[in-house]
Design a protein around this ligand. Sequence first.
Ligand code: 5RP
Length: 227
Amino acid sequence: MSEIINDKQSVAIHAANLVEDGMLVGLGTGSTANYFIEALARRKQEEQLQFSTVSSSVVSMMKAQQLGLDLVAIEHIRQLDLYVDGADEVSPEMSLLKGRGFDLVKEKLLAKASEQFYVLIDNSKLVIRIGEVFPIPVEVTPFSWQMVLRSLQQIGGEGELRKNTAGDGLAITSHGSLVLDMTFDSSLEAVELNMELNAIPGVVEHGIFYQLATHVFMAKDGVVVER
Ligand code: 5RP
């Protein structure tokens, strides 16, 4: 009996098949990224494909380690060939919203340092406007959150500090930051929001990935298309 493959797996397998011998590949974080790591590990085992990886989070590092992938520490690299990750939202002009997890900083660093950035989605992630479905995560240094929130409110944002999973405390990112989950007026486009958020002191990173994706691959009912 053949294994049932969902859309996240289909698109992950498609991307893994595009990896070439000798590449340094960045591993994203999330369920789609996990499927990609599994598909890469299969290619290494079955085809003896040679490549190194760098992870965007402890979770993807552990997954890669368990599957026997060669890992390079992020501190040791200046650039990479390919970064592969999922996203929460993708707009028609290939802006992304990411960061429902806690690893925005490394994710954006790797996306920026990479020759190619493949974004892997199913069709539930397509939106007209970034921020349409999810709030925009804004990572802040803990001592600055009130001042950052005020700056965000001055550009029309509304939001609050993210709670931890149990709901009895605050969520803390991998880098010890707090997260403000923000919504903005629908007239503000990703390009403007990206500029505004980049300019606020105390913001460590935010979830808008503007002009970073080189390819968006989307699976729908098992068929993978490039957007
Ligand atoms: C983590 C992310 C993920 O890539 C995004 O949340 C998508 O996750 P999934 O592949 O599980 O749907 O941005 O910061």
